[in-house]
Design a protein around this ligand. Sequence first.
Ligand SMILES: Nc1ncnc2c1ncn2[C@@H]1O[C@H](COP(=O)(O)OP(=O)(O)O)[C@@H](O)[C@H]1O
Ligand SMILES: [Mg+2]
Length: 202
Amino acid sequence: MRIDRLVLTEFRNYERLVWTPRSRLVVLTGENGAGKTNLLEALSLLAPGRGLRGASNAQIQRQQGGPWGVVARLSDNRTGEVKLATGADPATPARRVFRLNGEVARNQGMIAPVFSTIWLTPQMDRLFSDPASGRRRFLDRLVLALDANHARESAAHERALTQRNRLLATRPDQNSWLDALEDSIARHAVALTAARMALTEA
Ligand SMILES: Nc1ncnc2c1ncn2[C@@H]1O[C@H](COP(=O)(O)OP(=O)(O)O)[C@@H](O)[C@H]1O
Ligand SMILES: [Mg+2]
């Protein structure tokens, strides 16, 4: 995927910025406070979630400015050109809305297949020293960035585990029901593991 054009409006220190990256690999340099991280934050907000800084709309909107917005023109060889936009909802300023090719996205699930980001910032350095469970969660975030199906498999796996445990507690004599749930747990676990391995290979 390539970002062909990025437009920021009333975003942090940017009243308006139009950026057309010339290369797929970009290095941002500039004085402290110039707006480098702000630009990365804007990109991070094109994906569902609260972005790089977990900030609210009120924090993101430029001081003394109007509602903030980020618009990107993206392209890849598979899906062609896509226009993706996000920003504060004019009707409910605390909410964030997405537009995909000009249409309001009814749910964030529509965005995930189009755009994903992953970041590793100095604030996350505990990832290297904390227990491995944190690194496993990070691995799953990496997988999610490549495979939108991973979240569904993960949720289905959790659901099957919960049902199996409840059944064991309440009706442990239901063998064929238990077998079916075990089968489902195994299938989802295999799918999750395969996706993690494919990412590791990549
Ligand atoms: N809502 C806002 N309105 C206006 N300026 C902001 C807002 N939020 C942050 N800034 C400004 O953005 C600058 C920090 O930008 P940042 O991208 O973190 O800098 P750096 O280039 O060092 O990464 C600061 O000067 C700060 O005052
Ligand atoms: Mg910075």
